[in-house]
Design a protein around this ligand. Structure first.
Ligand code: SF4
Length: 369
């Protein structure tokens, strides 16, 4: 399924996880008696609701799926960032409970031994336990990052390095070493937590309810899809380009096969994030589905980066089922707002389409002034 990404929307993380795994036929990909490593994102000791870490419910659902298919040799491995303790993260993020419930051990890569591996002139210390795994299942969170703009499958492997190597990556500017790491350490399956990721920071604080889970086998394609879900072109992100150049995968998300199992039916919920609340001031939602609304919020964040947001101060963007079959004027996003003066279709429309529609509209408003 290298060119395929399987997506589902909703709020029932356990059911959604099992749906995408069944559809992907993950069990058929794993060799019998393989040592399976599950690599979540526990960068800091904060619960998944902050937008920083992988949902333990998704990990539970993955373990249940694997055990139901006869796989017994499973390990959860992670090393939090330099400033935090992995053991604390395991406890705070609910992974100690997962480990007890399913008899799956937790492994802190900070206390491992390391082997130095090389790629394109960069040497790096990689956890021996991570290298021992026969089948690595990567579980990143769809979220922003203050330096690399997005973080996903490729960057999540940083948790398999020694702490001194993590520091070294930063001195090298992150992008090239991240790409090289993905060349050295293969990941065999990627299951992305897109339920609630942060808008800007890997450590959370501005969670956006995205209500989606997706999976695939090509980490470059998965990260390209993540980038586009956040309103970036994959080529905007250097480490994605570099990993593609190293032959790790494809960034051609426009030609990927995107299989959507379930459309979103949940209504967008209020957020605690000040930044998301500020962006929401430029919207006029009426019963908006959460995935649709999240795509609009991501597009507005990119408009803010380009200093175009103010154009919508007096003309907030209409969105939601409350506008269905209504002559509502203004600017609308999604099929429900067909009755607006200007609208973009889709159910839900994708972030890049919303972004280019709003950019075009901002340019038209500029010309009229
Ligand atoms: S277009 Fe309407 S029905 Fe479709 S996702 Fe958006 S709000 Fe929901």
């Amino acid at each position: 399924m290298d060119n395929k990404i399987i997506v589902t929307y909703g709020i029932d993380a356990r059911k959604m996880t099992k749906e995408v795994l069944e559809s992907a036929k993950l069990a058929d990909m794993i060799p019998k008696d393989a040592r399976i490593g599950i690599k979540p994102n526990l960068v800091v000791a904060k619960p998944a609701s902050t937008g920083a870490t992988t949902s333990p419910v998704m990990v539970e659902a993955l373990i249940e799926y694997l055990q139901e298919h006869g796989f017994k040799n499973i390990l959860i491995l992670e090393g939090s960032w330099v400033g935090d303790s992995t053991k604390r993260a395991f406890r705070v993020c609910g992974y100690e409970d997962v480990s007890r419930k399913y008899g799956v051990p937790l492994f802190d890569t900070k206390s491992d031994t390391y082997t130095v591996k090389s790629c394109s002139g960069i040497n790096m210390e990689i956890s021996d336990k991570a290298l021992e795994m026969d089948f690595l299942i990567n579980m990143p969170v769809l979220k922003g990052h203050c330096q690399t703009m997005v973080t996903g499958a490729l960057k999540n492997l940083k948790g398999c390095l020694s702490d001194s190597e993590k520091r070294h990556f930063h001195t090298l500017g992150l992008h090239k070493p991240i790409a090289c790491l993905s060349k050295i350490l293969p990941q065999h399956f990627i299951l992305v937590d897109g339920l609630c990721g942060d808008l800007d920071f890997e450590e959370g604080g501005n969670p956006v309810q995205m209500d989606r889970i997706f999976c695939g086998t090509d980490p470059v394609l998965i990260d390209s899809y993540i980038a586009s879900s956040m309103g970036y072109a994959p080529t905007d992100i250097d480490y994605i380009k570099l990993a593609a150049n190293l032959g790790v995968g494809s960034l051609d998300v426009d030609h990927a096969e995107i299989v959507v199992l379930n459309k979103d039916t949940t209504t967008a919920r209020p957020t605690s994030s000040r930044k998301v609340q500020n962006l929401a001031r430029y919207t006029a939602p009426k019963d908006a589905c959460s995935a649709c609304y999240a795509n609009l919020i991501q597009a507005l964040a990119r408009l803010d980066d380009k200093r175009l947001l103010d154009k919508f101060r007096n003309s907030p963007v209409l969105i939601g089922q409350g506008y269905k079959d209504q002559k509502c004027g203004g600017i609308g996003v999604g099929n429900c707002t067909k009755g607006a003066d200007h609208s973009i279709g889709g159910c839900p429309p994708a972030t890049p389409a919303i972004l280019s529609f709003l950019e075009q509209h901002a340019a038209d408003m500029g010309r009229k002034r």
